[in-house]
Write a protein that binds this ligand. Structure first.
Ligand SMILES: *Cc1c(COP(=O)(O)O)cnc(C)c1O
Length: 387
């Protein structure tokens, strides 16, 4: 078997070697605790964390003091939702296609007495700004909408949504995990009060992320998820993951510099992959928005195929597959259900996402393997039916 081809960049991305290089000194000689202000080890670590904070802030048009480092976007989302004080009969608005770490915390708030509105999306996975407008109430405390979807790659009209939230009393939270390094992000342009990021979806290390929390002109008041120390403005107690934070800063720096050249390259690779699959296979449908989407992301429904069977014979290509059929044992994801991309006839979905280190040769080989596997399964199904 040749080396496997990684096309699952929505799940995680490889660590960029330049990021690793930047991290290594903080795993070796610069091992200090940032809280040790009285000696050079601590001060070196603290200086590195502050530089990383500047880099993360720059990637989203924020100020360094607005950045709270966390253990990832799951924690950042939890802090954004559950760290907010409710007030009188608080109301939360979110969407049907959010990541579990938003939806599960939203349900938790609902159990604790918040009113919850889950906005539907259209067939492309877009939130309609007019629906958001109509959902707002005087008690709406928070509107939480993701920037880019981790399954179908659809981008939301953040500036339009943000303008609506700005006209209300509510705060605007954006889970920008999939957008970091892939599309421009600016908390001022979109009127964002809280924004979640993760390093490992942008060629940084796993286990580190950040929450942007607006401090000006109006400071968003948050309470920490747990107690235990004064780190990160009291919002995230515990010794800082210095090497991870340095890596996140480095990943953000690279993202800012390379996005403009990387996005067209990824778009071309994705088009190449799709063209090869479409040329050889019928019964394919592309899910998500045709233009308002992440450049490298490709989500397909494939008729007449079982997702598990497909994956079993596809060792050389790392992708994510699921069901598009509502009658089988494995149910379609909440995202596919929300966009109505489900049916009763057997169909598999393929989530593919090309990334920074994929080559044209890999795309061609991956396409050939997928085509072969789908054709084999369909031929089997025909012979089982005696056709
Ligand atoms: C991966 C992901 C998360 C969770 O991030 P972790 O850092 O892995 O906890 C949250 N939201 C979206 C949209 C994601 O893709």
């Amino acid at each position: 078997m040749e080396a496997p081809i990684y096309l699952d960049h929505h799940a995680t991305t490889p660590l960029d070697p330049r990021v690793l290089e930047g991290m290594l000194p903080y795993l070796r000689e610069h091992f200090g605790n940032t809280a040790s202000r009285n000696h050079v080890f601590g001060r070196t670590a603290a200086a590195a964390v502050e530089e990383a904070r500047e880099r993360v802030a720059r990637a989203i048009g924020a100020r360094p003091a607005d950045i709270v480092f966390t253990a990832g976007a799951t924690e950042a989302n939890a802090l954004a939702l559950r760290g907010l004080a409710g007030g009188e009969a608080p109301h939360l608005v979110t969407t049907a296609i959010e990541h579990r770490s938003v939806l599960d915390n939203a349900r938790r708030l609902e159990r604790e007495g918040w009113a919850l509105t889950v906005l539907p999306v259209d067939g492309h996975g877009c939130v309609d700004p007019e629906r958001l407008q109509a959902a707002l109430r005087p008690q709406t405390r928070l509107v939480s909408v993701m920037a880019a979807n981790n399954e179908i790659g659809t981008l939301q009209p953040l500036a339009a949504l943000g303008a609506i939230v700005r006209g209300s009393q509510a705060l605007f939270h954006v889970d920008a995990t999939q957008a970091l390094g892939r599309v421009p992000l600016d908390v001022e342009v979109a009127g964002i009060d809280l924004l979640s990021l993760s390093a490992h979806k942008a060629y940084g290390p796993k286990g580190v992320g950040a929450l942007y929390r607006r401090r000006r002109p109006r400071r968003v008041a948050l309470t920490p998820l747990y107690e235990g120390g004064g780190q990160e403005d009291g919002l995230r107690p515990g010794t800082l993951n210095v090497a991870g934070i340095v890596g996140m800063g480095q990943a953000c720096e690279l993202a800012v510099h390379e996005m403009a050249s990387e996005a067209p390259r990824l778009r071309a690779l994705r088009q190449r992959l799709l063209a090869r699959l479409e040329a050889a296979l019928d019964g394919l449908r592309v899910n998500g928005h045709p233009e308002q989407r992440l450049a490298g992301s490709l989500h397909l429904s494939v008729d007449g195929i079982d997702a598990d069977a497909l994956l079993r014979g596809l060792d050389e290509v790392a992708l994510s597959a699921g069901a598009a059929c509502s009658s089988g044992l494995v149910k379609p994801s909440h995202v596919l259900q929300a966009i109505g991309a489900t049916g009763t006839a057997p169909a598999a979905t393929l989530r593919l996402c090309v990334g920074r280190f994929n080559t044209e040769a890999e795309i061609d080989r991956a396409a050939a393997r997928i085509v072969q596997r789908v054709q084999d399964l369909r031929a089997h199904a025909r012979s089982d039916r005696g056709g």
